[in-house]
Design a protein around this ligand. Structure first.
Ligand SMILES: [Zn+2]
Length: 432
């Protein structure tokens, strides 16, 4: 169903916007505020002692609601948001739907009025975060992103779950209103930000979701994030899913040093979901123990790759160049990270060596020669890098060996030959 949904969405994209894609102005946001006013049970489970007629009625109702849910998800949320009382169908529990009051907001005053307050002092943490999202929706990072958008307009829904945040009473609210971007529509919710000083995180999420709205890449058709359908910042997922998330995270990184640090930290220890049991994870996979294949499916590593390229002192205007490589590979809807990096190198041959060095660093020197050329292309410069790289590593190892021997000698002297010497030099990133 998900794949069908994305195909339908793509058709809408193409039909509605392809002829407007070259317009000069940047993408604009259209803000909506919605609050939950009721949780409704829309289907009843079929009981064994139900009469045939009751069973039939319940089955028909389920079918009708399934159609309505898909319509609401695919069409209404993207193309016909509208105002007033609306239904937001639960994806977590198909027997549930939320009644929401939705209103379009263009000014802060309208947003505060919709939230039912006169002053922002009356807002709770989650609502404050939504107000800050609205206020910062034209910040530098968003404007930079907007310039490379292809849609003329993106809807942003600020969902207010106040009153429905008790997970023991409303266990699905968190996931049903979880931040997402469908391309045309971004949803954020107070539920994720009901802690003090959460505004910065919420604004960062807008940067992240907006980055998804700039991207046409199709994730893997089957379980891009694994069986549980969700992902962690340090998760090993499908290659295209990892690319999609890395792109969004990279945009957060260049907008906020705090985010950059937190995403870099995510590269240290990874996790991977079982292919058989949903939600069952192998955790604690240290990056030095991960395989080249796993590292290339780690969204944090791919985000780091883009981040290092865009901030490397040897690469001039790295950010602009990354954006250019991104936009010029946009129509390749099956792209992965090598697609973008290879384009980057092609567009900026002067940066080839620096990119080779960064690719090598991010993947801890674990890529095979063939994998390496997938990122940087095969030409004289990249071949020379690959060949010298081997030699440099040997030289470095010689240096390390020499220093180990030196340390050993020193310890030998100190220990007067009675202690077993244990090598403690663990600075080599290629060490097992
Ligand atoms: Zn994302």
């Amino acid at each position: 169903m998900k794949n069908f949904k994305y195909l339908v969405l793509l058709m809408f994209f193409v039909a509605s916007f392809v002829f407007q894609a070259n317009k000069a102005s940047a993408v604009e946001f259209e803000f909506y505020y919605q609050k939950i006013v009721e949780v409704k049970t829309i289907n009843e489970d079929i009981e064994s002692d139900d009469s045939l007629w009751t069973k039939f009625k319940k089955t028909v109702k389920k079918g009708v609601n399934a159609v309505k849910r898909t319509w609401e998800d695919v069409v209404t949320r993207n193309l016909a948001l509208g105002e007033g009382e609306k239904t937001w169908y639960s994806k977590e529990d198909h027997n549930l739907a939320y009644k929401v009051e939705r209103v379009k907001v263009s000014t802060e005053a309208e947003l505060l009025a919709a939230m039912g307050v006169k002053s922002e002092d009356e807002l709770n943490n989650g609502q404050k975060a939504m107000l800050e999202v609205f206020r910062n929706s034209q910040n530098e990072a968003i404007q930079a992103e907007a310039k490379i958008g292809y849609l003329p307009k993106v809807h942003v829904i600020l969902s207010d779950t106040t009153g429905y945040d008790d997970s023991s009473k409303y266990p699905n609210v968190r996931k049903d209103f979880w931040p997402y971007s469908s391309g045309l529509t971004i949803n954020l919710s107070t539920n994720c930000y009901n802690y003090p000083n959460s505004a910065e995180d919420a604004v960062s999420t807008l940067v992240h979701e907006f980055a998804h709205s700039l991207d046409m890449t199709f994730k893997e058709m089957k379980n891009p994030y694994g069986l549980d359908g969700s992902h962690y910042g340090n998760e090993i997922t499908g290659k295209r899913a990892a690319f999609v998330e890395a792109w969004a995270e990279y945009n957060e990184m260049i907008a906020s040093e705090k985010e950059a640090q937190s995403i870099l930290n995510n590269t240290k220890v990874l996790c991977e979901e079982s292919k058989d049991v949903a939600g069952s994870y192998t955790t604690n996979i240290k990056e030095e123990d991960a395989t080249a294949d796993q590292l290339q499916r780690s969204e944090a590593h791919l985000a780091k790759l883009l981040y290092l390229i865009s901030t490397d002192p040897e690469i001039e205007n790295g950010k602009d160049k990354v954006y250019k490589a991104f936009t010029s590979t946009r129509w390749n809807v099956l792209r992965t990270m090598p697609t973008l990096i290879k384009k980057f190198v092609k567009q900026n041959p002067e940066d080839t060596e620096a990119v080779c060095r960064i690719v090598d660093e991010v993947f801890l020197g674990k890529l095979s020669e063939e994998e390496f050329y997938k990122y940087v292309g095969k030409n004289k410069t990249t071949q020379a890098y690959w060949e010298n790289r081997g030699k440099e590593t040997e030289e470095e190892n010689k240096d390390i060996d020499a220093s180990k021997i030196k340390n050993q000698e020193i310890e030998d002297n100190v220990s007067s030959g009675t202690t077993v010497i244990i090598e403690t030099d663990n600075n080599d990133p290629f060490a097992e």
